[in-house]
Ligand binder design. Sequence first.
Ligand SMILES: *Cc1c(COP(=O)(O)O)cnc(C)c1O
Length: 381
Amino acid sequence: MEFRNLKKQYQQLKKEIDRVVLNVMSNASYIAGIEVKELEQELASYVGKRHCITCANGTDALSLALMAWKVGIGDVVFVPDFTFFASGEIVSYAGAVPVFVDILKDSYNIDPDKLEEAVQKVKNEGKFRPKAVIAVDLFGLPADYVRIKEICNKYDLMLLEDGAQGFGGMLYGKRACSFGDISTTSFFPAKPLGCYGDGGAVFTDNDEWAELIRSFAVHGKGNNKYDNVRIGMNSRLDTLQAAVLLVKFKAFKKYELVNINEVAGWYGDMLKDNCIGLPEIKEGFYSSFAQYTIKLPKEIDRQRLQKFLNGLEIPSMVYYSKPLHLQKAFTGTESAKACCPVTEDLCKRVLSLPIDPYKTKDDIEEIVKGIGKFILDSKLI
Ligand SMILES: *Cc1c(COP(=O)(O)O)cnc(C)c1O
């Protein structure tokens, strides 16, 4: 079994993907072809933002947002402790300090109460300027933007939504990647909407930031790429990736997002009588299930369970095994001082199971049976 079956997806879409890829190759407009513009318009309209600027990957997308806000030395940016490294990395890369905040164990997303405490602490200490919050839509589920926005307004902080895993999710009928002052996503192959390489996008309603980001992404261009008015970078989505994404986006909207929610529903039904902690999707929230992540009870040896499942040819992954504040890259820095007991506990107990829109009920039954057998065997020992 595949953890995320991208081969099956390609087989399903092969005719159209092959056609558009060959078309780009014949047209030879490999950078900034019309497909890129078309994709940006479709994505902006889907999430409900005025601007979409595509770029080379989801990490650059985050960096471009911080560049537009001139985040740098002396600034603090609040980041959940339980996320992919890039969410914190880009803050340090910009010269600012990431302050890691604990998460809610039910949603895996940043805990608004802990966020407010962290903001007050930085303010009281007076050593750094609280500047922005990066909220991550982890595993496909939007963060609690109602509460987070209140805190951002109260303390005059910018809100950056890291929607790398969140594309397609919703909160009270509004799409993910629309909640931040700037929002970003990633088209890394295994994300909810993935391309055939690296890719990313930035979303905003703000005309000034949109123009700045377009410039930063192409060597700080002014009127053209040989008129350079600021220091930028080279971060573009190429035409081939845009063409692939246009095809995949159609399938995503038509059935993939619905299907993956159905698969998650099967997991929920079949696992509910176990001693396992299931992902909780609260009223008003809708997940795009970038991952299906369960919490194992303390008695279960995660590594042994993974080995056992592997023996049944069922892959599983640990997202994430280490809190960001304990990553070696942050040792000795201000960021390492975070206190995040929920994250530390979950890092020991989470397990992500195979999921994608093409899994069948039989696949899920096979996985759940395997887990059930392991639990039963463990208790007999
Ligand atoms: C994948 C990911 C990123 C980075 O995206 P890339 O396209 O791989 O650079 C950032 N944040 C989160 C939460 C991610 O999962």
